[in-house]
Ligand binder design. Structure first.
Ligand SMILES: *[C@@H]1O[C@H](CO)[C@@H](O)[C@H](O)[C@H]1NC(C)=O
Length: 233
């Protein structure tokens, strides 16, 4: 068996869809395949991917179907339109897909007004020489390629989450080494004793990186990562 096992990744909103394809050389199909694997118990996403790949669609298309299901269902409240808002209260979309056979990658990030992240990522992969399109450039591209939009990506849930977060002094947030620490911005870099004349920080050069949590769970991990193997020869 000459298996090529290659990664295949998709991100939706603050979330990664991680997918894998094993290349097909077109001969015998193992009974073990197709195979669909996903992070967390997103059964509807796995079922959608399974229906696609079991019905003869490629692993790439199966990942698109699986991840689109999560975007529509707003898995864990963060994936897709109406999911977690940014500091300004706006929901934007991130998605990344990789074809493990060809190693092509397509991605969108901070895409506004278009709800179909993974479909947009696939269009970037298929129809551009770019890897990543962002913001309104991503939206314009996606709409020009036929995806629906512009649409309002906020939901009553995302607006409620944002209001609660504002009421909670904008905590928690993704800032670090800034002041103010425990209220809303604007934020400024914390004055640091490390900054020496010439702008070099010896402490930073010598220091160790701030450790990140060693625990991986649904709340410090990309939301959905999906791997699909269509067949193996
Ligand atoms: C978008 O939808 C949200 C939630 O339904 C709503 O509060 C907001 O006013 C809408 N924005 C626009 C520009 O229509």
């Amino acid at each position: 068996m000459a298996n090529r096992i290659l990664p295949f990744i998709t991100l939706v909103f603050f979330s990664t869809l991680f997918s894998m394809v094993i290349g097909d050389d077109g001969v015998a199909i193992s009974k073990q395949y197709p195979l669909v694997v996903s992070t967390w118990p997103f059964k509807e996403a796995v079922r959608a991917a399974w229906r696609a790949v079991d019905g003869g669609h490629s692993a790439v298309d199966a990942v698109v179907e699986g991840c689109s299901a999560c975007e529509e269902l707003r898995c864990d409240g963060t994936v897709g339109p109406g999911g977690s808002p940014d500091e300004n209260g706006e929901t934007t979309i991130d998605a990344l897909i990789m074809n493990g056979v060809t190693m092509e990658v397509g991605a969108v990030a901070a895409m506004r007004f278009v709800k179909d992240g993974i479909r947009a990522a696939k269009l970037v992969m298929q129809h551009t020489k770019h890897t990543l399109l962002v913001g309104e450039k991503a939206s314009a591209f996606a709409i020009s390629m036929g995806l629906p939009g512009p649409s309002n990506l906020s939901s009553s849930d995302s607006i409620r989450k944002w209001s609660k977060w504002k009421e909670n002094n904008c905590q928690p947030n993704f800032w670090k080494d800034v002041v103010p620490l425990d209220s809303c911005g604007p934020y400024h870099a914390k004055a640091s004793m490390d900054v020496k004349e010439g702008g070099c920080s010896t402490r930073n050069l010598m220091g160790v990186a701030e450790p990140r949590s060693s625990l991986v769970g649904p709340h410090n991990h990309d939301t959905i990562s999906m791997a699909v193997i269509d067949k193996v020869s």
